[in-house]
Design a protein around this ligand. Structure first.
Ligand code: NAP
Length: 419
């Protein structure tokens, strides 16, 4: 006698479009290329995802950690996912393996196939940086405000940081939250919801910016944060374009009100033990979190912090380097600053990794110290070069790179944030 056909249920991995800030971290992390995106949503290919969970810890918002039990024959396609403004409700009828006539017997038992809950959580060898914060980091607040329930902040300052003679228009923007709670830590980011809509008539999704000010405010004791924003005038291929959010932010005037979500980020955080060292490597506006950490340590220095700060900072020219003046005013015995300019007329191109090699002895000394925490922020392209330089420096000074790299990651001492 023919029994009913087996009903196969899978636990489909989905990304919540209401929470996702489109930072691309999941797509970059996925070891099997199961995640992709269009101009609107990040989506997961059901037939490719193996629920390895590599993408879950690095996601700054938790939007990635969504699952629905669906019949294998009825998985949500990526085209369907592209149209979503919110996730579909849980389907109660497939909330558990489907009961067939004989499911409690032998034949026809429903099979729940790849179940992500069984997959190891908390890290993957594929990851290049830590998925845990430093042991002494303060506990962050995350997602106090969401797309559905954002808050607002008032612009109290908007200053151009780069020389007027350069094309590169980078702004330092200060946002005040007034009496609304918005507790942040250095290394966290916020999302800005630009006004208006896309050509398709959908509201713009949030754009993420690292906070450039320390936890106690851009102005100490005030409920405000600062951002470092570069006006986007070209797309990745070099074609002229107007970045929706960067242009909106760079044009803001004092007194304007912006819509904000966040804060985000619970691993790219600074250590708080006073003898911890910070090795900071950044390019362009990737300097935002380094400024926040440096300023926090500068304020705290008076209270007995003894750890070293070493900074490698790259920009095309000195005129394009954000915060050049204030950086140069910091005492040499407080921070060891190393600049790399790639387009100074008449000079050879220098990247941060070139300067790190020149300072190999001092970088190696820091790498040998278990109190050193490494932060890399800026262009995606720098990641390979910086890791390569760290490897070369470590090996030249008698440290096995694979073991050191693994230890740095496990101990929350190597943080990468590149776009
Ligand atoms: P940029 O001006 O385009 O570049 C800064 C410097 O990095 C230039 O000297 C550039 O050299 C150099 N560079 C290019 N490729 C490199 C590589 N493979 N290795 C090392 N250095 C390299 O930078 P930007 O426009 O300010 O962009 C900064 C990045 O930081 C953006 O991707 C942004 O999304 C990201 N970010 C921003 C924030 C924020 O809060 N605003 C936070 C985190 C990250 P050449 O161009 O001469 O080759």
């Amino acid at each position: 006698m023919n029994g009913p056909l087996p009903v196969e249920i899978i636990r489909q991995h989905l990304i919540d479009p209401e929470i996702c800030i489109r930072c691309n971290t999941c797509e970059e992390t996925c070891p099997v290329d199961a995640i992709t995106h269009d101009g609107t949503n990040y989506v997961v290919k059901a037939d490719v995802c193996n629920a390895c969970m590599a993408c879950v810890p690095p996601c700054p918002t938790g939007a990635i950690d969504n699952w629905r039990n669906v019949l294998k024959t009825e998985t949500y396609t990526i085209d369907e996912q592209y149209t979503w403004d919110e996730l579909p409700a849980h389907n109660a009828s497939v909330g558990a393996p489907v009961e067939t006539e004989e499911s409690s017997g032998v034949a026809g038992e429903a099979q729940a196939a790849p179940n992500a809950a069984d997959a190891p959580v908390g890290g993957s060898d594929m990851l290049r940086g830590s998925t845990v914060p430093p042991w002494s980091a303060a506990r962050p607040y995350v997602q106090l405000y969401t797309h559905k329930a954002p808050t607002t902040a008032t612009v109290v300052g908007n200053y151009r940081l780069t020389d007027d003679a350069t094309e590169s228009d980078i702004h330092h923007i200060v946002l005040d939250f007034g009496t609304m709670p918005f507790p942040v830590l250095e290394g966290q980011s916020i999302g800005i919801l630009p006004p208006g809509a896309t050509l398709e008539g959908r509201t713009h999704h949030a754009r993420q910016y690292s906070i450039a000010s320390p936890r106690d405010g851009e102005r100490p004791g005030y409920n405000n944060v600062s951002l470092t924003v570069k006006r986007v005038t070209r797309d990745h291929s070099g074609n002229a374009t107007d970045g929706v959010c960067s242009n909106y932010l760079c044009d803001l005037k004092k007194g304007d009100v912006v819509t904000v979500i966040g804060p985000f980020g619970n691993t790219f955080l600074m250590p708080n033990h006073p003898n911890s060292h910070l090795l900071m490597i950044c390019t362009g506006t990737g300097s935002a979190p380094m400024r926040a950490m440096t300023e926090y340590r500068r304020r705290r220095r008076l209270k007995g912090a003894t750890g070293k700060l070493m900074l490698f900072f790259g920009a095309r020219t000195q005129q394009e380097l954000p915060y050049f003046g204030p950086l140069m005013n910091l005492p040499k015995d407080f921070i060891d600053t190393n600049l790399a300019f790639s387009r100074t007329p008449g000079q050879p191109r220098r990247y941060v990794q070139d300067v790190m090699r020149e300072r190999a002895v001092d970088v190696a000394q820091l790498l040998k110290d278990g109190n050193t925490h490494v932060y890399v922020c800026g262009l995606k392209g720098m990641e390979d070069g910086v890791l390569q330089a760290l490897q070369e420096i470590a090996e030249k000074h008698g440290m096995g790179w694979e073991a050191l790299w693994d230890r740095l990651k496990r101990e929350g001492r190597l943080h990468l944030e590149t776009y």
